[in-house]
Design a binder for this molecule. Structure first.
Ligand code: SAM
Length: 282
């Protein structure tokens, strides 16, 4: 009788701690112990975690620079019936971490992919931020170059959902300064630094106060950061809508005419627009 085709193995996507080794879940330990191979972002970094939990499963390095070649190897391992776990240096793989190509190709080849959920810095930060959580948007890392970063922030300024950014120590000051400049000093925000670690800081304040904290205290510039920014409120958006029309008209026309035109264009109340026009003139 001919051999029946071998059933492909399962790919487990396993979350690991973001600073405190005790945040490893039981299922994560069980899974990493029982799979045939673990794909790790950095073999040296993961050794500490694996040693801590006495996990002796073989590892294969998988990072952004060898992703293509290693994806092929991992797919053939899976196709041969063996199981694989994917971990990153910290938190949930693929969230600002490698793995996309492997997961995508696994689906394309009909390989079962299953999550072993756990830590994610963005979600941990959101859970303690005290900002609206009903709708949020994850923006990952902002661009490193100042011009690109400001452009990205400019596109986000009217976003009404809570915004989540990842940031590193060497860019935290620059990014906070750009946030203050573009979103305004009073926008509510949260700095979540070194979550689950010894010097964890969770600060909910206005953007300018957060920038101040980071500028004044060198310790607050160290470590890993999540920045959360409250979305623009509907009131702010409305104000902004009509101010965007009123301001240029005031430059070109007499006050009364600018007010009348703004009211026609935006359908805002005449009194409200008139008051703002007087303020602008002042
Ligand atoms: N996959 C990870 C996750 O699930 O959160 C994120 C990996 S990404 C390469 C690393 C970034 O995540 C850091 O620069 C920082 O912005 C954020 N991060 C990771 N651990 C953190 C922690 N303990 N406290 C604050 N931010 C953290």
């Amino acid at each position: 009788m001919p051999d029946s085709p071998r059933k492909a193995g399962t790919l487990f996507v396993v979350a690991t701690p973001i600073g405190n080794l005790s945040d490893m879940t039981f299922r994560a330990v069980e899974t990493l112990t029982s799979v045939d191979l673990i794909a790790v972002e950095d073999t040296r970094h993961s050794r500490r975690l694996l040693l801590h939990y006495s996990i002796s499963t073989p590892v294969l390095s998988y990072h952004e620079h060898n992703e293509q070649q290693q994806t092929r190897k991992l797919l053939s391992t899976l196709q041969s019936g063996r199981s694989v776990a994917l971990i990153s240096d910290a938190g949930t793989p693929l969230v600002s971490d490698p793995g996309y190509r492997l997961i995508q190709s696994s689906h394309a080849q009909g390989i079962r992919v299953t999550p072993i959920p756990g830590c994610c810095a963005a979600i941990a930060a959101l859970s303690v931020a005290g900002l609206p959580v009903d709708r949020f948007v994850f923006e990952g890392f902002l661009p490193g170059k100042a011009a690109a970063r400001r452009k990205r922030l400019g596109k986000l300024v009217e976003e009404s959902r809570t915004l989540i950014f990842y940031e590193s120590a060497h860019r935290i000051s620059a990014s906070l300064s750009d946030l203050v400049e573009i979103f305004g000093p009073h926008r509510r925000a949260v700095l979540a630094r070194e979550i689950t670690k010894q010097f964890e800081t969770i600060k909910n304040a206005e953007l300018s106060q957060i920038r101040q904290l980071v500028l004044e205290d060198a310790n607050q510039r160290k470590g890993e950061f999540v920045i959360l920014v409250q979305g623009m409120s509907l009131d702010e958006r409305d104000d902004d809508d009509f101010m965007g029309v009123l301001r240029p008209l005031l430059k070109a026309l007499p006050l009364k005419q600018a007010v009348d035109l703004t009211v026609d264009i935006t359908a805002h109340g005449k009194n409200e627009v008139y008051k703002m026009a007087l303020k602008c003139k002042d």
